[in-house]
Design a protein around this ligand. Structure first.
Ligand SMILES: Nc1ncnc2c1ncn2[C@@H]1O[C@H](COP(=O)(O)OP(=O)(O)OP(=O)(O)O)[C@@H](O)[C@H]1O
Ligand SMILES: [Mg+2]
Length: 278
């Protein structure tokens, strides 16, 4: 089970995505800000000290490919826009912010997220691993976290709050769309829309089932390699997992319970904001 407190945060965050007119939650002196620079979308999340979301800005963009930021200037201009919107809504400047990288990111690719934050005129707080961010939002110390994003699936094993094993493979939401494109005889962009429009329908699940089973296979390899105890809970996050029944296909493949977060695309971004220590 995901804790009720976390579920409330995800629901409140979802309710204000890209909204400007909503009843402002109580402001606090200390606020938590984080950016998630993803393959499919760029997200900025701001929470108050009671972990209530104050602002969630999300813009779809193709600035990351294969885990690498390929369009820095577009990323900056999108974040400038989201930041200006957030600061206007909150009526105060954001001074510190956290970011994240896929596990195993080193060197320049790691510092690029710090550079974005600094170029926004903001002090960098934490740069953390994406699955660690997800574990903070889920408020768990132990578990496997399967994050099915746009381009990749990452499986991370967290034990006592520490990342002990990680595997990242290039199968994600994009590949679900590719299969839909082939099955329906439509272009990839149309398949992407088709997927979202029919995400609640069992016919869609039938089309994409082989890709989810492949993700199950990747997850199984990661779980075995992690050498974690067999009773470690398995959590599912990431936008691609929004398809209804995604978790049940994984459960069947893995023969283990899989706990899907509500609004799974927001889990990692919320966790990045929560990682602020400043
Ligand atoms: N309503 C929906 N139904 C089905 N799939 C969706 C829906 N909304 C978003 N997606 C899919 O979720 C994926 C993006 O997920 P997410 O936002 O977690 O990725 P990301 O963090 O940008 O990417 P990555 O983690 O791979 O860098 C895309 O493939 C998109 O098609
Ligand atoms: Mg992601």
């Amino acid at each position: 089970m995901v804790k009720q407190e976390s579920i409330e945060i995800f629901k409140k965050a979802h309710a204000i995505v890209n909204q400007k007119d909503y009843t402002k939650p109580e402001m606090s002196d200390k606020i938590y800000a984080g950016i998630d620079v993803g393959t499919s979308s760029l997200v900025l999340v701001i929470l108050n000290d009671k972990k209530t979301p104050l602002y969630v800005g999300l813009q779809e963009a193709n600035v990351v490919r294969d885990g690498l930021l390929v369009n820095y200037s577009e990323a900056i201009s999108i974040y400038r826009k989201l930041l200006a919107e957030a600061e206007a809504i909150l009526n105060r400047p954001i001074q510190v912010m956290s970011g994240s990288v896929p596990p195993g990111t080193v060197g320049n690719n790691k510092s690029v997220i710090s550079n974005i934050i600094q170029d926004l005129g903001i002090e960098v707080d934490q740069i953390i691993d994406e699955p660690v961010a997800a574990s903070l939002a889920l408020d768990i110390q132990n578990g496997h976290i399967i994050d099915v994003g746009g381009g990749t699936t990452g499986i991370a094993t967290i034990v006592d709050g520490r990342l002990v094993h990680v595997l990242d493979e290039a199968t994600g939401g994009h590949h679900l769309s590719l299969v839909i494109s082939g099955n329906q005889g439509i272009r990839l962009e149309e398949a992407e829309q088709f997927k979202r429009k029919h995400a609640e329908e069992s016919e869609l699940l039938a089309i994409v089932r082989p890709v989810i089973e492949k993700i199950g296979h990747i997850a199984e390899q990661a779980i075995i390699a992690s050498q974690a105890p067999n009773d470690l809970s398995i959590y599912l996050v990431g936008g691609a997992s929004r398809i209804r029944g995604f978790e049940s296909v994984l459960e069947k493949y893995l023969n283990r319970k899989v706990i899907k977060a509500i609004h799974p695309e927001l889990v990692t971004p919320i966790g990045i904001a929560l990682s602020n220590r400043n």
